[in-house]
Design a protein around this ligand. Sequence first.
Ligand code: FES
Length: 107
Amino acid sequence: MEWIKIFESAVEAQHTLRENVPQRFVVKGKTVCLVLRENELYAFENKCPHNGESLSNGAINYMGEVVCPWHGYRFNIKTGRECAERCRDLETFPVKQNSDGVFIAVV
Ligand code: FES
């Protein structure tokens, strides 16, 4: 697993991202969606597994799910699980923070 630095620090991440607002990033050629929620950073594929909409255009609900703007499918941002098993789950990516920065592992 290769860790790729996406922010120089947790402070930079918190200044770049808005709480509960999905944001699109390209990491090593892969388009991912990042969400800052309750001081945790979550990363998952940006393309909705149902029909391909960009989840960075979606919203985060009170249960910590990203809601796709096209057909309303809901995915847990931590596990990637679609709430009603209507399609495959989202691919999620590990995120870690340390004194060197904030890193994401994409395969
Ligand atoms: S494209 Fe996302 S729910 Fe249909």
